[in-house]
Design a protein around this ligand. Structure first.
Ligand SMILES: Cc1cc2nc3c(=O)[nH]c(=O)nc-3n(C[C@H](O)[C@H](O)[C@H](O)COP(=O)(O)O)c2cc1C
Length: 172
């Protein structure tokens, strides 16, 4: 049953696994906040992904927040597997050391949430990794609230179609 059409559009992120020397970024829509104290988030990663293997080994990852300027790179990270190619060579982003995990951050992203795996749940064809956020680095798009007037966060509509978060807020 294809229920996903009813849930989209969903925000799009980059999950970075591996090390600064051998980073592997993967595009992911299925990212969800789970707890404030402690700060936990979950990401569902298909068993077939190279990223799953890397996170299983190293038990950490970074959720990087891309904006529309990075859409071409987001598409590469979401269509090429690190098992076959070195995505670092194909993408134009800069990997930088994270503060509290081995997985690197991405300089051009609006924020990088450094996560340590605290739980893993097998959910059908995906594994849901629960990460504790041990450090966050961010640029001008935060921290008080997301600056949607100046930063175009990526929303995935479906397939190859994306849109941005717009620059208008509406109050109830
Ligand atoms: C916009 C977009 C969103 C995606 N979201 C997810 C996701 O949430 N979970 C997942 O397992 N794969 C997702 N994918 C697919 C992976 O990013 C893709 O299979 C990637 O090539 C895996 O790379 P890896 O083998 O190096 O880990 C998404 C792809 C795109 C283009």
């Amino acid at each position: 049953m294809e229920y996903l059409y009813y849930l989209y559009p969903i925000r799009t992120y980059l999950i970075v696994a591996g090390t600064l020397e051998k980073p592997n970024p993967m595009t992911a829509d299925w990212v969800v906040p789970l707890s404030r104290k402690p700060p936990l988030l979950g990401v569902a990663i298909a068993h077939t992904r190279y990223t799953k293997k890397l996170i299983d080994e190293q038990k950490d990852f970074v959720v990087a927040v891309p904006t529309m300027e990075l859409l071409k790179d987001v598409w590469i990270a979401g269509t090429v597997s690190g098992a076959k190619k070195d995505k670092k060579e194909l993408m134009s982003v800069t990997f930088i050391e994270s503060k509290s995990v081995k997985a690197p951050s991405i300089k051009e992203c609006a924020a990088n949430l450094e996560c340590r795996v605290v739980q893993e749940v097998v959910t059908g064809d995906h594994t849901f990794f629960v990460g504790e956020i041990v450090n966050v680095s961010y640029g001008d798009a935060f921290p008080n609230k997301p600056d949607i007037a100046n930063f175009r966060f990526i929303l995935h509509v479906g397939g190859k179609d994306f849109t941005d978060t717009g620059n208008e807020t509406i109050q109830p």
